[in-house]
Ligand binder design. Structure first.
Ligand code: NDP
Length: 447
């Protein structure tokens, strides 16, 4: 090939300066797919990779709203519509003060390949705002969501772009966003996923990302004739993904011993059983409290300002909080302590140095775009139920989710082998996702 990965990346960085998470995500994919590009002259010739790193469309807008004191506040809203080669844009909305265009471009880029792996017809997008729901009243969150949707509604639609939740956007926010969409468009459409089951949501959608990540870990373990049963697991975060990762670890007979938030982590040596995780759901989703209260309630250790990766005696780790929450030092500690399964519920939680160590040590490492794809897959199942005016039972959705995770695992495993790197799920996920989207782009011409 005439160009190197480094030269390609230099061009990407020059065109998107300061967007560090986006550069990190692109670099990981480009490094993996380079051998596939070498094999496929037709994809090279059509300059598919150059087109993939450029969003099809970016929408950026002002979100003014009035707080409880009557003060006018202004946030910034975004939607990055990255790639629609295999279906309408699909991906979550994130409300967090750290949200920037670069952060959302990284998430939208990852989403494209993740969605391709699910086998469902969904393109990739991501959006959100630098609005911080923490410490806001329900009425403030409602007014913000209504203002946000007052602009976004003209850009989305059930065959165009279907947002969902992400950090800071759960059932409450999806409800307010949907209400405003319906009012403005005068249409009850399946335009958002993660809806309440009473009005068009799917059973198991809230559970699906966490459940799916644990199913993926179970599949990786099966490849070594093992299972999660009786294994001790370190979990980070305490939001949607973490809560249901712990629940599924329990269902499969494992033991989760940690949870965290941005203030610190709890270590419960006895295990976070179902009763305790129900208490965490109430703490985080209703009372919106801090994880330190768990230690006060159940009398276990709380470590302020620290992350859980140094905990000893575990075999599995599930980073489920946020990007770049696990660095090279953390990885060294995990490996030294005997962890040999890492399944990412969060998007890009491991820094490149950590990933290198996991891959070099040949542990069972499931990158986010494969391991956490169960969330968007079940959003796809919600869309299918909405389109068919039907609802499926809990068990039916759970079985479909399991089947999807088994297929994603097999696809990653087979693709990694095909490209001479058996057991390397990073290469498997990136190449399999890339080839599916690239072939669709070839079919559709230069658009
Ligand atoms: P939630 O908002 O429900 O929970 C996020 C959790 O992560 C909270 O415990 C939060 O703590 C913690 N957290 C957030 N930012 C930071 C930070 N900068 N440092 C330390 N802790 C932090 O979000 P989700 O559970 O939905 O999402 C978690 C991850 O999973 C994200 O990476 C998301 O992109 C990914 N994901 C989510 C999917 C979904 O369906 N929801 C689908 C696929 C991936 P605090 O309350 O202190 O902020």
């Amino acid at each position: 090939m005439s160009e190197s990965v480094a030269a390609f990346m230099d061009r990407v960085v020059a065109r998107s300066s300061g967007e560090t998470e986006f550069h990190q995500a692109v670099h990981e994919v480009v490094e993996s797919v380079w051998p596939a590009l070498e094999r496929h002259a037709e994809i090279r010739k059509a300059n598919v990779l150059d087109r993939m790193v450029e969003p099809e469309r970016v929408i950026l807008f002002r979100v003014p709203w009035v707080d409880d004191q009557g003060v006018v506040r202004v946030n910034r809203g975004y939607r990055v519509e990255m790639n629609s080669a295999i279906g309408p844009y699909k991906g979550g909305l994130r409300f967090h003060p750290s949200v920037t265009l670069g952060l959302l471009k990284f998430l939208a880029f990852e989403q494209v390949y993740k969605n391709a792996l699910t086998t469902l017809p969904m393109g990739g997008g991501k959006g959100g705002s630098d609005f911080d729901p923490k410490g806001k009243s329900d009425m403030e969150v409602m007014r913000f969501c209504q203002s946000f949707m007052s602009e976004l509604f003209r850009h989305i639609g059930d065959h165009t772009d279907i947002p969902a939740g992400d950090i800071g956007v759960g059932g409450r926010e999806i409800g307010f966003l949907f209400g405003q969409y319906k009012k403005l468009s005068n249409e009850f459409a399946g335009v958002l996923t993660g809806k309440n089951v009473n009005w068009g949501g799917s059973l198991i959608r809230p559970e699906s990302t966490g459940y799916g990540t644990v199913y993926f870990a179970e599949e990786m373990l099966k490849s070594r004739d093992q299972s999660i049963s009786n294994k001790t697991c370190i979990v980070s975060g305490s939001g949607n993904v973490s809560q249901f990762a712990v629940e599924n670890i329990n269902r499969l007979g494992g033991k989760a011993v940690t949870l965290s938030d941005s203030d610190g982590f709890i270590y419960d040596e006895d295990g976070i059983d179902q009763e305790k995780i129900e208490w965490v759901k109430e703490l985080k989703n209703v009372r919106r409290g801090r994880i330190r209260e768990y230690a006060e309630m159940f009398g276990c250790e709380y470590h302020e300002g620290r992350r859980p990766w140094g905990v000893e005696g575990a075999e599995c780790a599930f980073p489920c909080a946020t990007q770049n929450e696990l660095n090279g030092e953390d990885a060294k500690r995990l490996l030294a302590n005997g962890v040999y399964v890492v399944a990412e519920g969060a998007n890009m939680p491991s820094e490149p140095d950590a990933i290198r160590q996991f891959v070099d040590q040949k542990i069972l490492y499931g990158p986010g775009k494969a391991a956490n794809a169960g969330g968007v897959a079940t959003s796809g199942l919600e869309m299918a139920q909405n389109a068919g005016f039907t609802t499926w039972t809990r068990d039916e959705v759970d079985q479909r989710l399991l089947k999807i995770m088994v297929n994603i695992h097999r696809n990653c495993q087979q693709t990694a082998e095909e490209y001479g790197t058996p057991g390397n799920y990073v290469n498997g996920a990136n190449i399999a996702g890339f080839l599916k989207v690239a072939r669709a782009m070839l079919d559709q011409g230069v658009v």
